[in-house]
Design a protein. Structure first.
Length: 185
């Protein structure tokens, strides 16, 4: 019994009077209360608590309403060209020929050839470009035209070292190239 007595005296005189001892006793009491509460409450639903997961899919539109998708199953409208104006294919062919240039052409001559077939925005973007930087030499096939709207088309031209992608818009003076993109094979 002396061992038990000494342990109790140690707890009463030293351990419980220190901060560490008091913190330890409080922690044991808190864990005991939480453990007893869990035992009394029984097993719970694991989806309860802080989860905000919905119990069914969230719909943002009425599923019985018509098609609301961005992709249309209708054929895109044909590009509109006024009588006497160049078609998008003709504009793309002429632009590609001017863009490819010819040997010995100066940058000023090259820019002058592109200007009537380009929008002012594209002309400004090409202002510092040189004809020597064009990565192809010749067109190797017919243009593939993809109509997006009546006034906007995309044209793909196969070249000897890749494809030239042009976006054309209908302007007052006919079709003009607004975007130029080079795609490697």
């Amino acid at each position: 019994m002396t061992v038990m007595r000494r342990a109790l005296e140690f707890l009463a005189t030293r351990a419980l009077r220190s901060r560490l001892g008091v913190a330890l006793v409080i922690a044991v009491l808190v864990l005991g209360v939480v453990g007893a509460a869990r035992l009394v409450s029984g097993p719970g639903d694991p989806t309860d608590g802080l989860s905000s997961r919905p119990n069914r899919p969230i719909t943002t539109v009425d599923p019985t309403a018509g098609d609301d998708g961005a992709i249309s199953t209708d054929a895109p409208p044909s590009p509109v060209t006024r009588p006497g104006d160049r078609t998008p294919e003709q504009t793309a062919d002429r632009f590609a020929a001017a863009w490819l240039g010819r040997p010995g052409m100066t940058a000023e001559q090259w820019q002058t050839g592109l200007r009537p077939l380009s929008t002012p925005a594209l002309t400004e973007k090409l202002a510092g470009a040189e004809p020597g930087g064009v990565p192809a030499e010749e067109v190797t096939g017919p243009p593939a035209v993809q109509s997006r709207t009546e006034t906007f088309v995309e044209v793909l031209l196969p070249l000897d070292t890749g494809r030239l992608r042009l976006e054309l818009i209908a302007a007052d003076g006919g079709w003009l190239v607004d975007v130029l993109d080079w795609e490697r094979p």
